[in-house]
Design a protein around this ligand. Structure first.
Ligand SMILES: *Cc1c(COP(=O)(O)O)cnc(C)c1O
Length: 477
């Protein structure tokens, strides 16, 4: 299996070759040359598999240049009940992603029982083990540089801590994250993890990362890499739980289901799109946004209008506060019949700060074949959903999952079982839970009092020179 770029002008590469890469050289995103197909016999055989075996079955179709025994061992090490053990007392840890049924045909797929209590652990933990494996083989090192406003940074740090050959330099806006989020990241004392709190906003931190990445000489000399949501390894790991959720919610492979996905950068739902393209019987993919509704607008009107960072709302589902959706190009490539030239034409406009509209294009009529629906959820919707779930079922959900539930219940096609993806645990977003319910969410025992642990963090002004000096000083020659 080789990987090609959505802009059609980069040489085809293997899974391991693109694992440590970001964008393709032509500025596009990598995708498989063609999606591997899953036969009915395979679906029947996969239905009973434990999570790690299922993950191996799915990922071996994509990571074809990793020897089977190696991939099997990596996956078995990644998806264990010991790693995904932070859930509630009534969770079944052996399932890794247990399905919680609310009422007939309405389910929540628990994806947030990993070390940082968000679904990003599902992919990032695999990436940590894959990176270590690939770097070992190539006798290489990698210095991961990133900016975070919360979930991604902590998931990356918990996945990379203690890994051979990997160092993490994670920028975060000083004083802008919750005390819990700060404690999660800054209390890590591992030698290979470096937290840098920037005196500024998230966008200032992001700009510093871009400035370093655009300095190609510095980047090469210091082996700088990223783990952002466009990483193909992350997307491929997310495909697995769509299969797992489907099997858990159905009796046979003749049934169809709907998935509802709280969306920001379109990474999570992109994995659902790919699962469907592989042959998983998904009848509907429901995309939920918060007030930052650029993707909902596209699926309703055919117009993709990224908002610009100064028109991004700060909401109570902050991990979905995006101005443009970095993985969306992957879907559009499929939508336009895998025509790299068409994608270049659209993204020339986007990259210049503009928009594109597919209404006047053939692919507008193709859109329906991809089974998407969409909707939007606001702060008041979020509070209402959290309250209703608590009162009716005694189930507490986080604000992002609430957005997914609200839009999922509104948009689902009658007759399809609905599987809402849980993207974080309520413990991560205490303030909004208190606003909705007047009580604090339960916190997993392992994280009781983490705010009181000693913290390791470097505070820095938004100064690229200073950042480079810090990185250089922390890489042994
Ligand atoms: C990252 C994140 C999302 C958005 O996922 P995308 O893959 O960017 O669409 C939603 N909810 C939570 C809690 C997240 O951390």
């Amino acid at each position: 299996m080789k990987y090609i770029s959505t802009r059609g002008q980069s040489p085809a590469k293997t899974f391991t070759e693109i694992l440590l890469a970001g964008l393709a050289p032509d500025g596009g995103l990598y995708l498989p040359e063609e999606y591997p197909q899953v036969t009915r016999a395979e679906l029947d055989a996969w239905r009973m598999l434990p999570y790690a075996d299922l993950a191996y079955a799915v990922l071996s179709k994509f990571a074809t240049d990793i020897p089977a025994a190696d991939l099997k061992a990596i996956v078995a090490r990644t998806y264990t009940a010991e790693v995904y053990n932070n859930g509630r007392a009534d969770s079944d840890f052996t399932q890794i992603t247990p399905l919680r049924t609310l009422s007939t045909g309405v389910h929540i797929l628990e994806l947030s029982n990993g070390p940082t209590l968000a679904f990003k652990d599902m992919a990032m933990q695999l990436l940590g083990n894959l990176f270590e494996y690939a770097l070992d083989k190539q006798h290489q090192e990698l210095n991961i540089l990133g900016a975070t406003s919360g979930d991604t940074g902590s998931a990356a740090e918990y996945a990379m801590r203690g890994k051979r050959g990997v160092r993490v330099f994670m920028l975060s806006p000083n004083g802008k994250m919750s005390a819990f989020q700060r404690a999660q990241m800054y209390s890590l004392q591992d030698e290979n993890i470096h937290n840098i709190a920037i005196n500024g906003m998230f966008d200032d931190a992001q700009d510093m990362v871009k400035a370093v990445s655009n300095d190609h000489a510095y980047k090469a000399a210091h082996k700088i890499g990223t783990v952002n949501s466009i990483n193909w390894g992350r997307v491929s790991a997310q495909i697995v739980y769509y299969f797992k959720g489907y099997f858990a919610a159905t009796q046979s492979n003749d049934e169809q289901v709907a998935f509802s996905v709280p969306s920001g950068n379109f990474g999570n739902i992109c994995a659902g799109h790919i699962a469907r393209m592989m042959g998983l019987p998904i009848g509907q993919l429901i995309l939920a946004t918060n007030e930052n509704d650029v993707l909902d607008e596209f699926f309703r009107t055919g117009s993709y209008r990224p908002r610009g960072t100064n028109h991004t709302y700060q909401t109570s589902s902050p991990s979905m506060d995006i101005s443009k959706a970095s993985n969306f190009e992957r879907f559009v490539y499929d939508l336009v019949g895998r025509d790299g030239e068409k994608v270049r034409e659209f993204w020339n406009k986007v990259d210049a700060g503009g928009a594109f509209d597919i209404k006047g294009n053939d692919c507008w009529h193709e859109l329906v074949k991809f089974k998407f629906s969409s909707g939007k959820s606001t702060h008041l919707d979020r509070l209402k959903t959290i309250r209703e779930l608590w009162e009716e079922y005694g189930v507490m959900v986080d604000p992002h999952t609430a957005d997914g539930l609200k839009v999922g219940l509104e948009q689902r096609r009658p007759g399809l079982p609905l599987i809402c993806l849980e993207t974080a645990l309520p413990a991560k977003f205490e303030e909004t839970i208190v606003e909705a319910l007047g009580r604090k969410p339960e916190r997993p025992e392992t994280m009781a009092g983490i705010e009181d642990l000693p913290q390791k963090v470097e505070v820095m002004d938004a100064d690229v020179m200073q950042l480079k000096a810090f990185i250089s000083a922390h890489i042994p020659n």
